[in-house]
Design a protein around this ligand. Structure first.
Ligand SMILES: [Zn+2]
Length: 252
């Protein structure tokens, strides 16, 4: 795993004791582990659920961190969901569904965090992740593709072990480009990403079959060492007139 873009790499390799988001965005060291973190915890500053290496300041205080309502960031957006889940949910007990969703979300989060992404939104059997904010990764496209490959590998093994009586699998869509990041809701204080690049990632995911990683040409080009085996597929996407040439990685 390369972490060349992380400025504090020599000091904070591995499990960071300071928030990597606050460090990368503001160069402010906020302790999130160990004894130094205790006084911060008393003020409600803890590790973020989006990624345990960032803190609730960079999660919830976007305007304070960036001194702006929103910023334009070159990022990679990843959407993942469980294919076949809706049909399955009509056939099996809710407790089994909970187990499947829990496994999926856990495996996704572990892979995303391992490559410095954040789980920005969780939507039951799906999620949205952002790479390159607030933890800076110049190789964010490669980080996202690597995380996606790990998600596919780990989820396939986990779903198989559950012995569910049908072909369940994960579909993933990835796109890299400029997104607007900020707080866009008046009743929620955490940030998210919006814009055409986010929509494209979501639409690519909607075209991914179980076991597939469908990425845009931009992502594939930026992660070329990982995507030489990817097949080209022309997709007609909602709201886009000309077919999009996507690159697809699949198990076989
Ligand atoms: Zn932070």
């Amino acid at each position: 795993m390369t972490r060349a873009s992380f400025t504090g790499e020599q000091i904070y390799r591995g499990d960071a004791s300071i928030c990597r988001g606050c460090w990368d965005q503001m160069h402010v060291p906020i302790p999130i582990r160990g004894a130094l973190a205790l006084p911060f915890r008393a003020f409600g500053i803890t590790r973020s659920k989006m990624n345990p290496n960032i803190c609730t300041i960079c999660e919830r205080s976007f305007r304070y961190v960036k001194k702006q309502r929103q910023v334009t960031v070159n990022a990679t957006i990843l959407f993942a969901d469980i294919r076949g889940f809706t049909a399955l949910s009509e056939q099996i007990e809710p407790v089994r569904l909970t187990e499947i969703v829990g496994l999926f979300q856990d495996h996704c989060a572990q892979a995303i965090w391992a490559h410095d992404g954040i789980v920005n939104k969780q939507m039951g059997d799906g999620l949205m992740a952002i790479f390159n904010f607030p933890i800076v990764r110049k190789d964010h496209a490669s980080a996202a593709v690597t995380a996606a490959m790990e998600i596919q590998r780990h989820c396939a093994a986990a779903l198989k072990s559950l012995n569910v009586d049908r072909a369940l699998g994960v579909g993933i869509g990835i796109h890299s480009g400029e997104v607007e990041i900020g707080e866009f809701s008046s009743f929620r204080s955490d940030f998210t990403a919006i814009g055409g690049a986010v929509n494209l990632a979501a639409r690519l995911e909607s075209k991914a079959d179980a076991g597939e990683i469908v990425m845009s040409g931009q992502t594939a080009a930026q992660a070329s060492h990982l995507t030489s085996q990817a097949k080209t597929r022309a997709l007609s996407l909602k709201g886009i007139e000309i077919p999009v040439l996507a690159r697809v990685l699949s198990k076989t």
